[in-house]
Design a protein around this ligand. Structure first.
Ligand code: UD1
Ligand code: UDP
Length: 373
């Protein structure tokens, strides 16, 4: 009898980080019957990833609503999964990380009786409001999961401190590195319209500062501060080009376009497909972000990162010296950016290559663990 796997995800970063796992299971059809369910908590930003990795979901809940709220999204995911779980009856359900899809899908899977596998398990800030609601999403999922695929030893240790059975934890590396290594080798030669477009807007005489941001706890005043900081940086440094693929969440889009439109060395663009974003990270001088995934990718590319958050569940890159937490304080964002633009020794120190998050073999380890357990 084949093992029945259901891999569930819903947002852009989950899709990027689960795509290599889908591919790895699909290579092994002797042992596994693997199906993919997307909640479509994200729509366009999810579809971009599915398209690039050539994944056709078996089930699509198609849930995204404009400016959705956490209450109805959570309820819709759990009730939408019921018939899928009851019809397919998976032995194992795989969820990733810390989104509302992750937390709600793990509750649904628990009700169905399936074993729950948590990919990217064990990251913690221990602050339930930051990141919000992700810290609690991840903790709830960790409580429910049967198997915990921890990206690093530090994340394993967080689980051990919560009395999770050590035999249920495997340190795998982060699957984001599997995705990155598969993509980084092709982006310089791939035929991609977005990369062609980026080449037309990039001014090669300038240093690129790549920006992304979306965190809920930064909505409102946080985003105003971030945008005011970027405006000051762009106006002070005419040898800099700020390129900002703006997240589609209206709570992000509105302040960003209001404050940063019409500045000659700031380009606000739509979210990029994954290969184009990887290509742009490679061209960048530095990255300013509040993204979890970007923090994990940048050290492998030797790009210094200023993280617009007060807390991090990813201490490895901070310890390695590639990442500095700057919060959403305007003066701090400006001064740390100035330091990286002016102090070349500091820049060189921060841009040393580090690989704290994995070796690109996380998915192989997960598949082997399930096959032999
Ligand atoms: C979600 C996750 C967050 C993750 C982030 C990655 C939760 C609570 N939040 O935040 O953990 O880091 O995704 O990007 O799980 N939208 C679109 N098209 C899209 C995607 C989003 O229009 O393809 C707009 C919609 O108006 C949607 C809104 O963005 O209602 C918010 O989407 P949602 O998934 O609730 O929150 P994110 O901020 O994207
Ligand atoms: N990313 C992308 N296009 C973009 C911006 C980011 O493909 O325009 C990728 C990025 O490489 C990383 C992931 O999306 O792998 C991060 O997603 P996001 O910042 O939305 O979520 P988080 O990682 O914070 O949960």
């Amino acid at each position: 009898m084949k093992i029945k796997n259901l891999i569930i995800f819903g947002t852009r970063p989950e899709a990027i980080k689960m795509a290599p796992l889908v591919k790895e299971f699909q290579k092994n059809t002797n042992h596994f019957e693997t199906r993919v369910c997307v909640t479509a908590q994200h729509r366009e930003m999810l579809d971009q990833v599915l398209h690039f990795f050539k994944i056709t979901p078996d089930y699509d809940l198609d849930l995204m609503k404009a400016n959705q709220n956490l209450y109805s999204l959570t309820a819709d995911i759990i009730s939408g999964l019921k018939s899928i779980l009851e019809d397919f009856k998976p032995d194992y359900v795989y969820v990733h990380g810390d989104t509302t899809t992750t937390m709600a899908a793990s509750i649904g899977a628990f009700y169905s009786g399936a074993k729950i596998c948590h990919v990217e398990a064990g990251l913690r800030t221990h602050n339930k409001r930051s990141p919000f609601p992700e810290e609690i999403n991840r903790q709830v999922t960790g409580r429910i999961a049967d198997f915990h695929f921890a990206p690093t030893t530090a994340s394993k240790n967080n689980l051990l401190a919560e009395n999770i059975n050590p035999n249920s934890i495997l340190v795998t590396g982060n699957t984001v590195i599997d995705a990155l290594l598969a993509s980084v080798s092709i982006v310089d030669n791939v035929d991609n319209e977005e990369i062609d477009y980026l080449k037309t807007i990039i001014d090669s005489s300038k240093k690129i500062i790549l920006v992304t941001g979306h965190r809920r706890e930064n909505h409102g005043q946080g985003f105003n501060n971030i945008c005011e900081a970027l405006k000051e940086i762009a106006e002070q440094h005419l040898n800099v080009q700020v390129i900002y693929p703006v997240h589609l969440n209206p709570n992000v889009k509105e302040p960003v376009y209001e404050i940063l439109s019409n500045i000659s060395n700031v380009n606000l663009i739509n979210p990029l497909t994954y290969p184009a974003f990887v290509w742009l990270m490679k061209q960048s001088y530095l990255i300013i972000t509040d993204s979890g995934g970007v923090q994990e990718e940048a050290p492998s590319l030797g790009k210094p990162v200023l993280v617009m958050r007060d807390t991090t569940e990813r201490p490895e890159a901070v310890d390695a010296g590639t990442v500095i937490l700057v919060g959403t304080n305007k003066e701090r964002i400006v001064s740390e950016t100035n330091n990286l633009l002016i102090n070349i020794g500091h820049y060189k120190y921060m841009s040393a290559l580090h690989n704290p998050y994995g070796d690109g073999k996380a998915c192989q380890r997960i598949v082997e663990f399930i096959r032999t357990n």
